[in-house]
Design a protein around this ligand. Structure first.
Ligand code: URP
Ligand code: ZN
Ligand code: ZN
Length: 472
């Protein structure tokens, strides 16, 4: 593999911005400095561009069976789209439901990804139920697979929802193993009742998806998850936070010193609930959970990102075609598959709407799209930063390009784009994965199946001398 020098760009990490060159040897960054020279190296001109660490998307659902169908992006189309969008690592949810052995579910996810992924990846392990066997198996499986995160749903009563008891058991295993527990916080049982009520009253249009999942229900579940995690002594990561009610609970918990982290997603920061109320069935394109909220919820989300009370931006990629898939719910909003296509535009939308509009700094941006996820999920410093010894996962980003997001030009395998028509400033033009170009001057040059499964590492527990004395 030829050495490379990325020359003349402005390197931006979560803490610093400076002009310097990067020497890459094999898969790693080996030198960072001014005016680097190496006669064997290919020179990559990054003049006038930002040089960011590769994006880490901590929340994707590729090739996922859900709502009586399956997502339209698999590990090939989904990861190619991610690469175009500046993401070099994803963490996807390996689903379990009813398996006697959790390892079967993880094997199934390896089979989906292997030979297809063009970027690196890891899995979160989802739990719907725990019995004596799986409770014993879980810690061993996490260790064997290098998985540092467990996922529990408090919603989707008919498919994935775990009982509070299972949620609490997951927190106990989180405490015991050090794994972080990621929770979808909505009250699924109450939602089912509200959905039933709406349908009985003849309310079947897409807007009722949002109206039957009010923000109070997300706030209530967030508070419940926070308290249960605290009682168990576990670390909690609240996925896709959408509303003031949930943000307020997270801030209160963090101010009390609880180990709580939060993620939000680009649509909640930029789109609003009125999109579901469009005439005809157009609103179905915007059906995902939790739902889009009225515009007034966006400011609290931006403020929480700026104040570092929310730490990451996930895409929650879960794409379903409008034709044939979203249309399953044409007469009944509760049959519209939940999810949207976001893996490709996560980076660009956050840069354009967040940095260019002055809500967050460029270093915050890097923290949110890459570094924090690497730290929280055990990938740092192999990934998530530009440093000597780190993987050479690098995005060369042109901050001057303006483009209009459209399904006509995106790379996701889906027939619409939720951000259709949005003008964004800035675009990843070239992307390197472990030292090799996967996107070069906006062309895909990667290898199908070239992505690697990454075993992650739990943060080392720091045991104080007093604790050691008490333990012995
Ligand atoms: O509607 C969504 N978000 N679909 C994906 C599953 C989930 O809840 O994350
Ligand atoms: Zn969810
Ligand atoms: Zn999700």
């Amino acid at each position: 593999m030829k050495k490379k020098i990325i020359k003349g760009g402005k390197i931006v990490t979560a803490t610093d911005s400076f002009e310097a060159d990067i020497l890459i040897e094999g898969e790693k960054i080996v030198q960072i400095g001014k005016d680097l020279v190496n006669i064997d190296a290919e020179i990559v001109d990054a003049t006038g561009k930002y040089v960011f660490p590769g994006g880490i998307d901590p929340h994707t659902h590729l090739d996922m069976p859900f709502n009586n169908t399956v997502t339209d992006d698999d590990w090939e189309s989904g990861t190619i789209a991610a690469a175009f969008g500046g993401t070099t690592t994803i963490l996807d949810f390996a689903l379990t439901a009813g398996e006697t052995k959790l390892a079967t579910a993880v094997d199934k996810w390896h089979d989906k990804a292997e030979g297809k992924a063009v970027i690196d990846y890891g899995f979160h392990l989802m739990i719907t139920d725990l019995n004596e066997e799986t409770e014993k198996e879980l810690p061993l499986l996490l260790e064997k697979e290098g998985i540092t995160s467990i996922k529990v749903f408090m919603a989707y009563a008919k498919e994935f929802q775990a009982s509070d008891r299972t949620l609490f058991k997951a927190f106990k295993i989180g405490k015991e193993t050090g794994a972080i527990v990621m929770v979808h916080c909505e009250n699924g049982s109450v939602i089912d009742e509200l959905v039933e009520e709406a349908k009985m009253a003849g309310n079947t249009a897409p807007i009722y998806h949002a109206l039957t999942r009010p923000p109070e229900i997300e706030g209530e579940a967030t508070k419940r998850a926070i308290e249960l995690a605290h009682v168990a002594g576990a670390k909690l990561y609240v996925v896709h936070v959408t509303c003031k009610e949930a943000v307020d609970e997270i801030i209160k918990a963090r101010e009390k010193g609880y180990d709580v982290y939060g993620e939000t997603c680009p649509p909640y920061l930029t789109l609003d609930q009125s999109l579901l109320a469009q005439p005809g069935f157009e609103g179905a394109k915007y059906v995902w959970s939790p739902p889009l909220r009225p515009k007034s919820h966006q400011e609290p989300l931006w403020n929480a990102l700026k104040a570092k009370q929310l730490q990451t931006i996930g895409s929650d990629q879960c794409s379903f075609n409008f034709n044939g898939k979203k249309q399953l719910g044409i007469n009944d909003f509760s049959k519209i598959p939940n999810g949207g296509p976001f893996i490709e535009d996560r980076f660009s939308v956050l840069y354009s709407e967040g940095v260019c509009k002055g809500y967050i700094s460029i270093n915050d941006f890097v923290d949110l799209v890459s570094t924090n996820a690497a730290k929280i999920f055990g990938l740092y410093p192999q990934k998530g930063t530009i440093a000597i010894g780190s993987d050479a996962d690098i995005v060369i980003f042109d901050p001057k390009i303006k483009r209009v997001i459209s399904a006509k030009t995106h790379h996701m395998n889906v027939d619409y784009n939720a951000f259709e028509g949005m003008e964004v400033t800035g675009e990843p033009v070239s992307v390197l994965l472990r030292g090799e170009f996967i996107v070069k001057d906006k062309e895909f040059v990667g290898t199908i199946g070239g992505g690697k499964y990454i075993k992650r590492q739990l943060e080392k527990k720091v045991v104080s001398p007093l604790e050691t004395a008490l333990l012995n």
